[in-house]
Design a protein around this ligand. Structure first.
Ligand SMILES: Nc1nc2c(c(=O)[nH]1)N[C@H]1C(S)=C(S)[C@@H](COP(=O)(O)O)O[C@H]1N2
Ligand SMILES: [Mo]
Length: 424
């Protein structure tokens, strides 16, 4: 056990630490061989540590001590820059990487949006409680209980309300506060979990219940209310699997709420409590953030503006932003998605939105998930834009940029995005 393989500098650093703690070379070697570095460090922690010399600062060439904790990671999974645009506690998926892939976004490449760093939850002690004055029989369950309930598997997207926020600056020239996402705060996955409606029924939800609020276990306990009607929808889940694997740490292990089509924030990760109420519920996430604030919107006390519910329709191209293509025949791939239904068509403009040609929809086309599309054209040397425009089965169509209303926090950008391309 504990037999982590240390390289020589690591062993050396560990030995330095052990010497500081007054450990003999013999004891050090026995501990290291038997139980590994952790055991050495634990023994060091118990031993009295001589005070560090005050007068002589440590030489700058000293190898980093093994006891210094690594810099706090904000995101648990690796987020190499080839695949992600790092944005603090968040990481944007690079759409260009999806060009050569299939429909679903793999867990390792799925965008991350966490208000603070990830939360590491022990499934063995985790509990989920359904409580509040809106239920007759509040109850608590553990991880095994959740996994034993009837499960539902469905394919849906999660998208951040701020996805596309950077275009308020680059296309409208009206900057908006928050992470400057392009379009990669969006991902489709296959989710498995228990219908939230099953949990609410089991708790004896009352007919006069109005709001349901899941609460996360992260440091700020992200909580975001939704009306009972949304909670009872046939695809609202407490999900514990993602693309056939246990929910990854960054995406809410052991369980998260899935509210398809809604603003990402309602998909509460690391959920531990769900409050059901007979009176409207409020948190900061439906009063001061995830509300629309701006000249086109009125306050709705206690909320500072209209409370966000659904996302907007969008489309994106699987190319770097901006992109470089070579002159000649080109075939580009993209995605289009709507919170209201399946995508019925995608049209492409190569002249900034004056004329459009139909793209070919390819692969699955799933409501509140999206579809892939393909488009072939002949690229002429010079600068150009490729502008996709999605239409959904309910007749919603993406609109030109000038019709995009602005809001302070840059939510729900839904206009067509002209993708800049240099053809060489
Ligand atoms: N507990 C908790 N849940 C959360 C968040 C969070 O910070 N904490 N972020 C929300 C936001 S703003 C979004 S967009 C989605 C992102 O989900 P993902 O990180 O799995 O892509 O999770 C939501 N659920
Ligand atoms: Mo979000």
């Amino acid at each position: 056990m504990g037999a982590e393989r240390l390289n020589e500098p690591q062993v050396e650093a560990l030995w330095n630490r052990a010497q500081m703690a007054g450990m003999s070379r013999r004891k050090f070697l026995v501990l290291l061989a038997g139980s590994g570095a952790t055991a050495v460090l634990m023994a060091c922690a118990k031993a009295p540590t001589p005070p560090p010399p005050v007068t002589t600062p440590p030489p700058t060439t000293t190898p980093p001590a093994t006891t210094t904790p690594p810099p706090a990671r904000l995101i648990y999974k690796p987020i190499p820059e080839q695949f992600f645009v790092p944005l603090g506690t968040n990481a944007e998926m690079r759409f260009e990487d999806m060009a050569s892939r299939q429909y679903l976004m793999p867990n390792s490449l799925f965008f991350v949006r966490s208000h603070t760093s990830y939360m590491f939850v022990d499934a063995k002690s985790w509990q989920l409680s359904i409580e509040g004055d809106g239920v007759a029989n509040p109850f608590m369950m553990n991880y095994d209980d959740l996994l034993k309930m009837p499960a539902t598997t469905l394919t849906r997207y999660v998208e951040c309300a701020g996805n596309g926020r950077s275009f308020y600056t680059s296309l409208l020239n009206k900057p908006a506060q928050g992470g400057q996402w392009h379009l990669g705060a969006y991902g489709i996955a296959e989710w498995t979990g228990v219908l939230l409606s099953d949990l609410l029924k089991r708790a004896g939800i009352k007919s006069n219940a109005v709001d349901v609020m899941p609460i996360g276990m992260d440091s700020t306990q992200v909580q975001r209310p939704m009306p009972v009607a949304k909670a009872m929808e046939s695809d609202t889940l407490v999900a514990y699997m993602m693309n056939g694997d246990l929910l990854p740490v960054d995406h809410g292990f052991p369980a998260r709420v899935l509210t398809p089509g809604w603003v990402g924030v309602a998909n509460v990760k690391w959920v531990t409590k769900i409050i059901v109420s007979t009176t409207p519920l409020y948190s900061d996430k439906n009063t001061t953030s995830y509300v629309l604030i701006g000249p086109d919107y009125q306050p709705q006390p206690p909320a500072l503006g209209p409370i966000l519910t659904n996302q907007t329709m969008k489309s994106a191209i699987c190319l770097p932003f901006p992109a470089t293509l070579s002159a000649g025949p080109q075939n580009v791939a993209g995605y289009a998605w709507s919170p209201f239904g399946k995508i019925s068509k995608v049209d492409i403009s190569l002249d900034g939105g004056s004329t459009f040609q139909g793209a070919t929809l390819a692969g699955p086309n799933i409501e509140r998930a999206g579809t892939r599309w393909q488009f072939s054209f002949t690229a002429q040397a010079g600068s150009m834009t490729i502008t996709p425009r999605a239409t959904d089965e309910k007749g919603n169509v993406q609109y030109p940029v000038p019709q995009q209303k602005w809001n302070q926090q840059g939510y729900i950008f839904g206009a067509m995005v002209p993708h800049p391309v240099t053809v060489v």
